[in-house]
Design a protein around this ligand. Structure first.
Ligand code: M6R
Length: 609
């Protein structure tokens, strides 16, 4: 949801300003690709280059490569206020062109501020909320404040969410920054410092970071990082952390797309996550859940699908009621949340605003919050009472793949560990953390052996406009994830239903060759066989994802294509059945000539409500 970067380096540093900004923008592009832009202090002016479109386009159609300077900012945009256009692209500048601002978030009171500034003679060029920041700083400077004081005064007038970076020709060696709600991190290098929405923007240069908190602001220069909160300087050194992330982990590494790479990385991500879960101290989180009066699991998008699968596992394997709630719908249940409840937030980024707000609300109502995140430095991780960290590695493609399967693994691991603490419903319904160890091997088999079958399904889907994904019980969230992937990266309308519901309405759409993808897990979903028959009787083209030995009876007779999953314990099937659906969506996208890494209108991390 927009990404920002700023840097300040010493003149003796040989690395060029354009390569720093190019690297930063490319790494942040997963956050938005409606437009991109940079501003650099070059001699006695602020040079701005910006345009609609992807980073590649901006670089290849401008003087980007010849930019020179030691201080600069950059931005990739996912439009909120103002359509994607050159004028609305960031950086936004003041009337004089001496101050340039990049921003991620939403300034809620921008219209009020805009009126005030217009009354004071400021002329606005864009429809953005961000532009008010540049003019506010200009306004306070005109009243006699020094640049940093004017910046602070401007920030004090903003309401809403923001991660902001500013260059000002009157403070030419510094980048000012401020954070409220939207993520912002500082990178501390040698003769070079950074500020950015995500560590990936500068990991090539440094892994020493400071994660900023809400309400903090300050500046970086080539040799200084200054942070204050409520006017009081922060002890910067005590806040520095070293992150374990390699520059290679955020490269495509020979794959054509990040999505393909991340699908292929699942065996490794699953193995790493399981090993990390075994070594993490999650006893407090487990105790909180075991003793909770009620359990809620919140998430958005794919994370919600993992939450739904997790909540079903709590009910089926533990006999404990757990409710999965879409983060943005948490208001619908939050009045029922009270002291003694546990609210688990599932979020790969740990920055999704809907999930963050749901967890904040839960906390206010007295619940204990537990974060399942892929980013242990994220806001959700830092604000939650307990953290269960996944080790999926950086996920760059907008579509969640390896983080979905690792979320499912993590939730099942929690359920498996809880069987040791609470009386499970029936012994035969136990799942074990031991069996989960097979997840990475089975995932590897699926990727190695079923890729071509999935591509053939994609060839069939290519000309289709609509598809159903059907499953029962655990198959429902997996079907939902499959349908989301197809919509997201292949732009084919896809809907998931509990298979039993299909005859209560959805079947009306089914005609000859209508694609219907069944997820058959062979657990509490025997009745799926009749649904396959019903669909086939209406001419549907049936694809069934099922374990090799379960492709019998109606499943064998009526499926046009079967994706033969390797034999595995139930818990491992729950982790791995989304993988063929990811492959189907990926291949469909590529065959359609789309870029699966950058689906239109989407951004990886949604930091606006
Ligand atoms: O970072 P989060 O897990 O909180 O993100 C939640 C959703 O925005 C995310 O899963 C989204 O639905 C993905 N693009 C799905 O592929």
């Amino acid at each position: 949801m927009c990404g920002i970067i700023g840097f300040a380096k010493s003149a003796s540093k040989s690395i060029s300003c354009s390569s720093i900004l190019e690297e930063g923008l490319r790494r942040l592009e997963y956050r938005g690709y409606d437009s991109a832009g940079v501003a650099v202090i070059q001699g006695n002016r602020v040079v701005v280059i910006k345009d609609v479109g992807v980073v590649d386009k901006i670089i290849s159609t401008s003087d980007f490569k010849s930019l020179e300077g030691n201080v600069g900012i950059g931005h990739v945009r996912w439009a909120t206020h103002g359509r994607p256009s050159k004028v609305n692209a960031h950086p936004q500048v003041d009337c004089s062109g001496r101050i340039a601002v990049v921003h991620n978030g939403i300034i809620e009171n921008y219209l009020e501020l805009k009126r005030f500034l217009a009354d004071n003679g400021h002329v606005f060029a864009s429809e953005t909320d961000t532009e008010v920041v540049a003019h506010l700083i200009e306004h306070f400077k005109s009243l006699g404040l020094k640049p940093f004081d004017a910046f602070k005064k401007a920030v004090s007038m903003l309401r809403g969410s923001y991660a902001i970076a500013v260059v000002d020709l009157d403070a030419p060696s510094k980048v000012f920054f401020a954070r409220n709600v939207s993520p912002l991190v500082i990178g501390i290098g040698d003769g070079i410092n950074f500020v950015a929405s995500d560590i990936v923007a500068f990991i090539k240069y440094t892994n020493r970071v400071i994660v900023l908190n809400d309400g903090e602001l300050g500046y970086i220069s080539d040799s200084e990082v200054y942070i204050e909160r409520d006017g009081v300087p922060v002890d910067v050194l005590s806040r520095v952390r070293v992150v374990e992330m390699s520059a290679q982990s955020i490269e495509k590494g020979g794959y054509k797309h990040f999505m393909a790479k991340e699908i292929a990385e699942q065996p490794y991500s699953l193995a790493q996550t399981l090993a990390s879960l075994q070594s993490q101290d999650i006893a407090k989180a487990l105790n909180t859940i075991a003793n909770a009066k009620r359990i809620y699991i919140v998430g958005a998008g794919s994370s919600y699908h993992a939450a739904l699968l997790g909540a079903t596992a709590f009910k089926v394997f533990l006999g404990i009621d757990a409710e999965a709630v879409i983060s943005s719908e948490f208001k619908a249940v939050s009045r029922a949340v009270r002291y003694g409840d546990a609210v688990i937030g599932v979020s790969q980024s740990g920055e999704t605003i809907d999930t963050l707000l749901a967890l904040r609300e839960a906390k206010e109502r007295g619940a204990t919050t537990i974060a399942i995140v892929n980013n242990p430095f994220s806001t959700i991780a830092r604000e939650s009472d307990h953290v269960v960290a996944m080790k999926a590695g950086p996920e760059i493609a907008v579509a969640a793949t390896k983080t979905f399967t690792t979320q499912v693994l993590t939730l099942l691991y929690i359920v498996a560990r809880l069987t040791e603490l609470v009386e499970p419903v029936e012994a035969e319904l136990r799942i074990s953390s031991e069996s989960l160890k097979l997840s990475h091997e089975i995932a590897q088999k699926v990727i190695d052996e079923l890729n071509d079958d999935c591509r053939r399904v994609a060839e069939f889907l290519l000309s289709k406009h609509s598809a159903y994904y059907l499953g029962r019980v655990f198959g429902v969230p997996i079907a939902m994830e499959g349908a989301l992937k197809l919509k997201e990266v292949a732009y084919i309308h896809a809907e998931a239903y509990p298979a039993g519901e299909s005859k209560h309405g959805p079947i009306a759409l089914v005609e000859r060759e209508f694609p219907t993808i069944f997820i058959y897990l062979g657990f509490l979903d025997e009745a799926l066989e009749s649904n396959v028959e019903e669909m086939k009787a209406r001419g549907a083209y049936v694809v069934t994802v099922a374990q090799d030995d379960m492709i019998v009876g109606s499943i064998a007779r009526y499926s046009d294509t079967v994706i033969r999953m390797p034999r595995a314990p139930l818990e491992v099937r729950l982790v791995t059945y989304a993988i063929p659906l990811q492959l189907i969506a990926y291949h469909t996208s590529v065959l359609k000539g789309l870029d699966p890494d950058k689906p239109r209108n989407l951004a990886k991390t949604v930091t606006v409500v």
